[in-house]
Design a protein around this ligand. Sequence first.
Ligand code: NAD
Length: 255
Amino acid sequence: MNGLLEGKNIVVMGVANERSIAWAIAQALASQGARLIFTYENERVEERVKRLSGTIEGSLTLQCNVSSDEEIETLAARLKEEVGVVHGLAHCIAFAKAEELDGMYVNTSRAGFALAHDVSVYSLTAVAQRLYPLMTEGGSVVTLTYLGAERTLQNYNVMGVAKAALEASVRYLASDLGPSGIRVNAISAGPIRTLAAKGIAGFNTILKHVEEKAPLRRNTEAADVGDAALFLMSPWARGVTGEIIHVDNGYNIVG
Ligand code: NAD
């Protein structure tokens, strides 16, 4: 099977390095002929992202710190100029201060709560708001969430609360944008060792536990998420919107 996404322009936000889930998604989308537009947070990751995106033919790489409305507006303007029509958005971005991801949730600071929600939740709405007018041929928006949205997981803390708000945002956005032929879904990925995951205290213990308890007795690989994102971006998912799809080897069903 080839060329499922031929002629589709898809924005991939959140590649930091080759371990990023966004990078696995990008590879899956590129394998089916999508034209990719990568965005990176700032100069700190620029070189690394450009080195990776440079290996994907025909891709474009633009800066966009999602905390800045101005940068999101500039991104939308550049996309209009460069590709005209956008067909997909993979939003793979989250952030919380390391001190909020250790110990008790009850100690979350006001500033830490606001920052985690601004970057990890509001950014999806802020970007969708500026990009959906470019999705004139319909579109698919995919974001990434985690089981900590549904259950209390040790040390996940404010990020769990943020992911719950992100999942609710998926439903509201799906409801708003559905009449324009735009689908909005989230993938709830099992734990994967990435840069962001390093910030969560005790992450290795979580990986070991999941591998022992998940029905499929393995940990999630970024490529598992990449292929699920490919499905959601493709016409095969034409009837799917407002969903949270678990790609976690079944861990979420275990009591
Ligand atoms: P990662 O560190 O590779 O990716 C996180 C990305 O967010 C980075 O590219 C970073 O530059 C970007 N980012 C942070 N603040 C930003 C800002 N202000 N503007 C623009 N970009 C910003 O880690 P990852 O694990 O691939 O994370 C991707 C997504 O997957 C996150 O939403 C994360 O919560 C989610 N997720 C991860 C796991 C896991 O176990 N790794 C599990 C479920 C969900």
